[in-house]
Design a protein around this ligand. Sequence first.
Ligand SMILES: *Cc1c(COP(=O)(O)O)cnc(C)c1O
Length: 340
Amino acid sequence: MHLARFPRVFLAHLPTPLEKLDRLSKELGGPEIWIKRDDCTGLSTGGNKTRKLEFLMAEAQAMGADTVMTQGATQSNHARQTAAFAAKLGMACQILLEDRTGSNDANYNTNGNVLLDHLHGATTSKRKGGMDMQAEMEAVAEKLRAEGRKVYVIPGGGSNATGALGYVNCAFETVSQANDRGLVIDHFVTATGSAGTQAGLITGLKAINAGIPLTGIGVRAPREKQEENVYKLALQTAEKLGCPGVVAREDVVADSSYVGEGYGIPRADTLEAIRMFAQLEAILLDPVYSGKGAAGLIDYCRKGKFKKGERVVFLHTGGSAALFGYNAAFADDQKSLAAE
Ligand SMILES: *Cc1c(COP(=O)(O)O)cnc(C)c1O
């Protein structure tokens, strides 16, 4: 398989750094923890969607699109990175935002990623939680097409086989970095939502027979459903890549025990993970994805599922812009400051 055969807009800051987290590793007293910094992909505060968009936006360009359209939750990092990419390429961007949390918080609804969507010149439009967002997008796209626009529709999270190529690329990149420094990776961990990141990673890892197990930490769907979504997309990605059948069902592991009440609602261990990374490593996680992923990582270390002497790589998928939509979740931190 040869990724250069696929059309791509080179825009991300790659390779992203692979760094050792000494203070966090020491605090947990278990395995050596490393971090793959995909929060540093360079596009409008970074994040994992940028790698996917390199391949998706190349398809949009190839079809002569003047408008891209996508959807996500109110504080969608994917929507923000799509808006930024569209601005860079001189395309219009239309975003549908689904109200998945029902929050009335002003910052949640207008700050963080929503502020940046608009700053990049995108048009946003809201939808009630639970609607068929793909159908909503198709309806709006048809209207725009009737007005003469050439619209390229990107699925939520950029998660189709084209977008997943971005994470095949990340798997190759990470293994190559590890090879260059003699780092044997025992486990790879990532937050998993719309499935493209995990599907691309596992396809890439299996395609080069890396022998590195990948654990997804779910942020929304229950385990069985999440694993099915990832597996289905991994099959399509492997097919597209020219190595069909390389991913087996048992290669796909998604642990959804850290979701809590639901998508976009942080738990106490999500907030603890965010504080630990911020205070021990000066790294900003987010309350929707990477905070839950890191809560899983920390719990696995504490429970001895990841053992002393092993090397674990945590993929930082980005999302820190969402912190500014979630300041209410950190009200206690602000109180303790005010009390001094
Ligand atoms: C979208 C997103 C994820 C999940 O990636 P998927 O490819 O949707 O599974 C993880 N972290 C952050 C910060 C994200 O924005």
